[in-house]
Ligand binder design. Structure first.
Ligand SMILES: [Cu+2]
Length: 386
């Protein structure tokens, strides 16, 4: 959503930025985790296979365990992707559901995309993918739990499985959403998307089970209430904030965020204690666009993590400086994301499915990847951490 290019492959239409945000933010959460350890991110690769195409155009994701590789594969599709198609020109795969087959923690994930003959498809066709857990909520908002997310630019993310992991539980449901398009000049048929989760099943490891979190200045649904997290930038300075109390206390072990061009600062404060927990300026490229938002890992002599308390109020702030004389519409986003060790050990934060905020979020998710409003295209989406 950073560039205005109505003639681009996405035809000037903007998918739900709520979900785009989730992809960026959860990538940031994993990036924060990996910053605590030796980063060993490797480029996501499609693994060639020779599965015949099967008709699975229902609403169930296939769940395939690869026990020898400690990988759980969630697969959706097939669909066809004609060359030079925006999201509105391809047949999107509806949101698919499934259940986790066993208790595990996830410490790495990647996306594989293959065509009907099992050949790899370029990751350029993936706009974003999200994994939700309907029975649970997020730490700072009663919306549905976001387990992880990825976009085409997301490298495979990996942290040591003995050290950290995000728990999933046997029998708990998930929703898997994928948005595809095809900016390339090649037609792809029978395309399937696989979210490959590297898991640990151990009574001892990982040492820390963590919960991802994010806070956006436009939470929960944006100023127009349509799920769009993008806001307008009038000339000069714009400051946006959102405040919430977390559902549980804990220790934040790492953080990053997501910003667009003209952003100057992003911070998270404990308003109750009057403390700044995170305060960064984006790293920009020579042309002024965002290269990345710094990743901060919190550990040192005083121990692991920065404390957050359930009875404290937290504020996320995004600051922009628009140097042009004109308002830039639907331009800006600002969110922080990270990973928390919950007090008392990891526990599910149960969803209150009667909460109106939960219900509205769930309705947006079930509408599928094209939910959202007409706006700018998001080819220039950037600024998340890698
Ligand atoms: Cu964005």
């Amino acid at each position: 959503m950073t560039t205005r290019n109505p003639g681009g492959p996405l035809n000037g239409q903007r998918p739900s930025t709520l979900l785009v945000l989730a992809a960026a933010a959860l990538g940031a959460a994993f990036a924060a985790l990996s910053a605590l350890t030796t980063p060993s991110a490797v480029r996501a690769q499609a693994v060639p296979g020779s599965r015949p195409p099967a008709a699975v155009q229902g609403d169930q994701a296939q769940v395939i365990d690869r026990p020898e590789r400690h990988e759980l594969v969630l697969e959706v599709g097939p669909t066809d992707l004609p060359a030079h198609s925006g999201p509105w020109q391809v047949t999107q795969i509806p949101v698919q559901s499934g259940t986790f087959p066993f208790d595990a923690t996830i410490h790495a994930y990647r996306v594989e995309i293959v065509d009907g003959r099992g050949r790899p498809v370029p990751h350029a066709v993936l706009h974003h993918t999200n994994l939700f857990e309907p029975d649970a909520r997020t730490l700072f908002s009663p919306i549905m739990r976001r387990i992880l997310a990825a976009g085409s630019e997301t490298p495979a993310v990996r942290v040591p499985g003995w050290l950290f992991g995000i728990p999933v539980r046997k029998g708990s449901p998930f929703l898997f959403m994928t948005m595809l398009y095809n900016p390339t000049g090649t037609d792809y048929h029978g395309v399937r998307v696989r979210l490959v989760l590297a898991y640990t099943r151990s009574r001892i490891f990982p040492l820390w089970k963590v919960e991802p979190f994010s806070m956006d200045v436009e939470y929960p649904f944006g100023e127009k209430g349509d799920g769009s997290m993008a806001f307008d930038l009038p000339p000069g300075r714009t400051v946006k904030t959102w405040e919430a109390r977390p559902e549980a206390g804990g220790r934040i072990i790492g953080m990053s965020g997501h910003l667009h061009p003209h952003a100057v600062e992003l911070k998270l404060e404990d308003m109750t204690a009057g403390k700044v927990l995170f305060d960064v300026k984006p790293v920009t490229k020579p042309d002024g666009t965002i290269d990345h938002v710094p990743v901060k890992a919190f550990y040192g002599w005083t121990g692991l993590g920065k404390r957050i308390y359930a009875n404290h109020l937290y504020r996320v702030t995004g600051i922009y400086q628009n140097p042009t004389g004109d308002t830039i519409y639907h331009h800006a986003m600002a969110s922080v994301a990270g990973a928390v060790i919950l007090d008392g050990g990891w526990h599910l934060l149960p969803a209150d499915t009667t909460n109106p905020v939960y219900r509205k979020d769930a309705a947006f998710i079930k509408e599928g990847p094209l939910k959202g409003t007409i706006g700018q295209e998001m080819e220039g989406e950037e600024g998340g951490s890698r």
